[in-house]
Design a protein around this ligand. Structure first.
Ligand code: BTN
Length: 326
């Protein structure tokens, strides 16, 4: 599968015969593999009398290119880097592995996830080549205060990295969404293994929409999800290099984990507030089977959302927030 994708990735038309020859398989086998790729969400056009080409060419993830573009600080803290064509979930994979040594990061990036996890038990679906699915594992020997707010700090790091890449519209929606122009650009999932007061093996995962095919957008809307956007739409043209984005986000995640270990959420709270898309807005927050309404007043020192309603301020530690007017 990945070999065929490599041959098509540039977007040039390739004949079935040439593909079969290069792969050392029959044309029927090529046709079968094309069908399998289409099932994964890859849009492949059949050009009459000529062959096949990708509707949206994409840059395949390349571990060496990503490693070469990491920031010096992140590179110095990198314990391992796995770039996989396909995995169940990058978060699940890192959680199942032994934690990296203290102060070092294990990084896992996948071209495709067969069982990507979202927050609140949902799944995270990203067609092949259309997004970025990345996780970083870290071991906190002594869990820092406000570990529950780690996902918010990661959001700050990721948003700043995207600003530096030219996506100045990116903001954060409590607790763990990256948003831009009223639509969801990505999400963060933090998972933890360990004792309350012992070492904690933490995995932070980020899913980012880079260049979603129309069919994926339609499927997301049909499933009743909030509006989505991607980097291609925000750029108003071709999406930037996926390897460059991967390196920038990975650097931000690793640097954020190191800083959080030293200083906790206190070091990120002001920056988070500056990116808070809900601040001052009337919102509805669904938490379990309860719904809370009120005016969002930022987050407290633990990352809890402060909701003001009829003069009283309520503190919410988990939930799904949406704008009331939406
Ligand atoms: C959300 O629900 O908004 C959070 C989505 C997090 C998705 C990412 S993709 C990489 C990592 N691996 C997973 O299985 N999930 C996270």
């Amino acid at each position: 599968m990945s070999e065929l994708l490599l041959l098509l990735a540039s977007g040039k038309v390739r004949s079935g015969e040439a593909l079969a020859g290069e792969l050392g398989v029959t044309r029927a086998a090529v046709w079968k593999q094309i069908g399998a790729l289409r099932k994964l969400g890859v849009e492949i056009e059949a050009v009459a009398g000529q062959g096949y080409r990708l509707t949206r060419p994409f840059e395949l993830l390349d571990g060496r290119a990503i490693e070469a573009q990491l920031s010096d600080r992140a590179h110095a803290q990198l314990a391992s880097l796995d770039v996989l064509r396909s995995v169940d979930s990058t978060n699940a994979r890192l959680l199942a592995a032994p934690p990296p040594p203290a102060g070092r990061a294990a990084l896992c990036i996948a071209e495709y996830q067969t069982a990507g996890r979202g927050r609140r038990g949902r799944s995270w679906v990203a067609p092949l080549g259309a997004g970025l699915c990345m996780s970083v594992a870290w071991q906190f020997v002594t869990p820092p205060p406000q570990l529950g707010a780690l996902g918010l700090a990661i959001g700050v790091g990721a948003a700043h990295a995207l600003h530096a890449l030219g996506f100045g519209d990116v903001q954060l929606k409590w607790p763990n969404d990256l948003v831009a122009r009223g639509a969801k650009l990505g999400g963060i999932l933090t998972e933890l293994q360990g004792e309350m007061d012992g070492p904690a093996h933490v995995v932070v995962g980020i899913g980012l929409n880079v260049d979603l095919p129309a069919a994926a957008r339609e499927a997301i809307a049909a499933a009743g999800n909030p509006q989505v956007t991607d980097l291609r739409e925000l750029a108003g043209g071709p999406a930037p290099s996926r390897n460059e984005i991967a390196a920038a986000i990975a650097s931000a995640l690793i640097e954020t984990l190191a800083r959080f270990e030293l200083a906790g959420f206190a070091a990120f709270r002001a920056a988070w507030s500056a990116l808070d898309v809900l601040a001052g807005e009337e919102v509805v927050v669904r938490s379990g089977d309860r719904t809370h309404s009120g005016r969002a007043c930022g987050v407290d020192q633990d990352g809890a959302l402060m909701l003001e309603h009829e003069g009283r301020v309520q503190r919410l530690v988990a939930g799904e927030a949406s704008l009331r007017r939406a």
